[in-house]
Design a protein. Structure first.
Ligand code: CTP
Length: 395
């Protein structure tokens, strides 16, 4: 972020106090901040605070741009690399969508030729109101980035979506908005991750030890490389990486349907540890002990092979990468899976140690061209190495 100039517009909501921390984070990351404080925002934070934190003059009204001759509003709106509206109130979003310019902030937004990032924060009903949702859709349609607010308890005592994300997350969004096009810009990458849960009855399930960490790291690396990313995630509690569209599923059959629904995929990376079987005729009521001392007999039925189905489909992505978690004969099993499933690469990892749930991994990329070893590294580094190779293969 070194040398990047952020024009930070602070709207009138209680979340305005978080913009103070955001200024510190941007500056610590090497960026420069110039603040524009709306009349509403000035009821929550003072220009003095913002000036002290940003070490720059704070602009408050159109008519107060003392140096209109040398620092007109047009120049102020264009000298930044990125315009960030944080917090963006419902009123601010409505004015932006309508093209209203009736104060300094809205005039700058209308006059800018730079990317605009809006970080909404408001009461849950205001956020969910059809008017606000329509305004957000309009803005997104104009290539303005609008971050979804977080779910949680609100200052007004209600609960739901509307909270401003924490400043480190807003900083991530700013970094992403500033990013130059990456090697996967314009590509759609599909990633499956995590385990699947196969119901025995409504309260019990069959699962495996997959943490989802490697798949989520790959989704994040693909997004950072500029790709549009769809992450089909089994039941894990990991946060969604920034810029990734997540589809949550439980069972292998739900995962198969979500993969089938993904359109226009250039590369699919199937990291999920899909359960091989589901329980036939799982009842919709809890199974009770019948007093005989005999356990219930579970009949297992094989799940669809999502990877093999995708490889055989007419909509097969140009590059399909499977994973193989093995405890022995790692390369031999990976080679067999490559042939059996029709994938371009199988990324084989030895899970005899603590790879599942651990933060490090070591993999072998097995393809028709041979075997490439990526030595042990943190899972995010393995993800970056893999994404670099995927970008090269798609080029
Ligand atoms: N896979 C899949 N659908 C399944 C089973 C596996 O899409 N029903 C995918 C996984 O996401 C992974 C690859 O196939 O990319 C290999 O998964 P793995 O569980 O190692 O292979 P299996 O075919 O289940 O073979 P086995 O369990 O016998 O080793």
């Amino acid at each position: 972020m070194h040398g990047k100039r952020i024009l930070l517009i602070i709207g009138g909501g209680i979340a305005a106090y978080k913009s103070c921390e955001l200024i510190r984070l941007i500056r610590r990351a090497g960026g420069e901040v110039t603040c524009v404080l709306t009349e509403g925002g000035s009821h929550f934070v003072t220009a003095m605070t913002l000036a002290a934190l940003s070490e720059n003059p704070v602009h408050t009204t159109l008519w107060d741009l003392r140096n209109e001759v040398e620092m007109g509003h047009i120049q102020l709106s264009r000298q930044a690399d990125l315009v960030v509206v944080c917090p963006a109130t419902a009123n601010m979003l409505a004015k932006m969508a309508a093209g209203i310019a009736d104060d300094l902030a809205t005039t700058l937004i209308l006059a800018t030729d730079k990317p605009v990032l809006a970080v909404p924060a408001m009461n849950v009903r205001m956020w969910l109101n059809a008017a606000t949702q329509a305004n957000v859709a309009t803005l997104r349609g104009r290539a303005i980035t609008v971050i979804d607010p977080e779910d949680g308890a609100m200052a007004c005592g209600e609960y739901g979506p509307g909270r401003l994300p924490e400043p480190p997350q807003v900083l991530d969004a700013i970094r992403a908005a500033l990013r130059e096009p990456g090697p996967l810009t314009g590509r759609h990458v599909l990633v499956t991750a995590g385990p699947t849960h196969e119901a025995i009855d409504p309260v019990r399930y069959i699962a495996n030890r997959s943490s989802g960490l490697q798949g989520f790291a790959i989704a994040e690396a693909a997004a950072q490389a500029g790709a549009r990313v769809t992450l089909v995630a089994g039941p894990v509690t990991l946060p969604t990486p920034f810029g990734v569209t997540r589809v949550n599923v439980e069972s292998a059959r739900e995962m198969a349907a979500a993969v089938d629904a993904a359109q226009g995929v250039d590369a699919a990376v199937m990291v999920a540890a899909v359960a091989d079987w589901h329980v036939a005729g799982a009842p919709d009521r809890k199974i009770k002990k019948d007093g005989s001392g005999q356990p219930p007999a579970l009949v297992l039925v094989e799940n669809p092979d999502i990877l093999a189905t995708l490889c055989a489909s007419p909509r097969r992505p140009r590059l399909v990468v499977g994973f193989a978690a093995e405890t022995h004969d790692v390369i031999a099993h990976a080679k067999a899976k490559l042939a059996r499933k029709g994938a371009d690469w199988i990324v084989a990892n030895d899970v005899s140690g603590d790879v599942m749930g651990g933060s490090r991994n070591a993999v072998h990329i097995v393809s028709a061209g041979g075997v490439e070893n990526i030595p042990e590294a943190p899972k995010h580094a393995i993800a970056a190495a893999l994404i670099e190779r995927i970008a090269r293969a798609l080029d």
